[in-house]
Ligand binder design. Sequence first.
Ligand code: SF4
Ligand code: SF4
Length: 534
Amino acid sequence: MAEATPKPEQLVQIDYRPPARDWMDPAVEFRKGTFCYSAAPKNLQYLGLPNPREWQPFDKDWKLPANWKEIILAGMKERLERFRSFRLFMDICVRCGACADKCHFYLGSADPKNMPVLRAELLRSVYRRYFTTAGRLLGKLAGARELTEDVLKEWFYYFYQCTECRRCSVFCPYGIDTAEITMLARELLHLVGCNINWVMEPVANCYRTGNHLGIQPHGFKDSIDFAVDELEEITGIRVEAPINKKGAEILFVVPSADYFASPHYYTLLGYLMLLHEMGVDYTFSAFASEGGNFGLFASHELIKRLNAKIYSEARRLKVKWILGGECGHMWRVLHQYMDTMNGPADFLEEPVSPVTGTRFTNARSTKMVHICEFTADLIKNGKLKLDPTRNDRWRVTFHDSCNPARAMGLIEEPRFILRSVCREFHEMPENTIREQTFCCGSGSGLGTDENLEMRLRGGLPRANAVRYVKEKHGVNLLTCICAIDKATLPTLLDYWVGGVDVAGVHELVGNALIMRGERRTTDLRGDPLPGQEA
Ligand code: SF4
Ligand code: SF4
């Protein structure tokens, strides 16, 4: 696939002239590099999901069940009754176009069906035909379309070209959230077995072992032990990293990428140092070994099934409250769904920092605090000894990951931390950060190389803003608090920018943190600290 990806100077030639074809024509070309492959049948079987089979999106015959149309329409009816927002979003769009140029996939591809309004219209046109009087009577004149196999294929193509980032919803005067429309469209596709492997394999793994990679408990323990050994080499201090410790005060849940992937792993080292230095009584769980939840990219039912383990482990381990690591979609689930889907968590206490005594009243309902909230509170209360010069090799900017920024408003805490742990911090342009942040282009399960061209197109607006601060301020490090960002931004930046690395915020915290009794000559990546180069 990599050879097929056009060079940056070719990909940046984006033709925004409208296509000659009527938008109602659903024919889609499944061109390599612009779509994701189908889910392997074993993953659907494991989860008990319908219609597992061998097929690919570019096949003519998708091997749909004979009554696929009835299944989809019945599923749509049920969801229109269950989700008030879904019916509202189908009815209230006035097609003002305020969202049209806000989607990174439209900006990077110029495909009008990547405008949020038109993406939603792909579903809305079918809604009109089967669920409104005007659509039934007037058909095309009322913007209604028959549900055909070509329409279904078009749904698959474009609803897996939306990263559910919600940028468009910030600009919609009616608050229409196209991400929710995408979520429901994907649910409908699932009813007839049209899903992608990059989502369903992690979901199946997570359901079986508690994490997306399918790492067994002993493998999880090995990874944590390895990090403890490595930290001892770097700092001279042996930290504790308890697993399944009953009666600990806090359960700590991180995305599984933190203990195996790079640069995520350096974030894990930062957490371990911080929690040790503050003497926090916490535990990991070998079963709740994943905060991420790819169920979010599949269906509400799968969100709930994968999320259930977190409260369940908190109950089993008898902790008081839960702390969560750096992740994007993990926090959307924890913040927006967990307490209603799997709560109430009335067996837990309202979180209180054991170090500062701060009561996290914002987490009264979920009983779960973000590590950035926890660390920012430590810094604000003067509990951390920090030497920001240790991060002097970096000129830093911050990418607001979509979900923490837009789904939970976690905007100031990471910036406050970064300004405390490094000396060169530069913001990207205003319309590309905070609530208006641009997606990495690979969220919601689209971060696979099969889909590389579309990822690079979708990531262009983000990369462009990074390039701006690189050229203006010499920025060489993009920090973020999302596991998917950490996995996919390096490829994006290498392609569009060059010379800019990616790191988690807690990696820089770990670099700057002065631990009692430490003997350090390097940062967490093993590079010499300033003054230690010799
Ligand atoms: S901004 Fe809102 S109302 Fe306007 S076209 Fe987009 S979704 Fe429809
Ligand atoms: S949610 Fe994000 S990816 Fe989806 S249509 Fe809106 S801006 Fe585009």
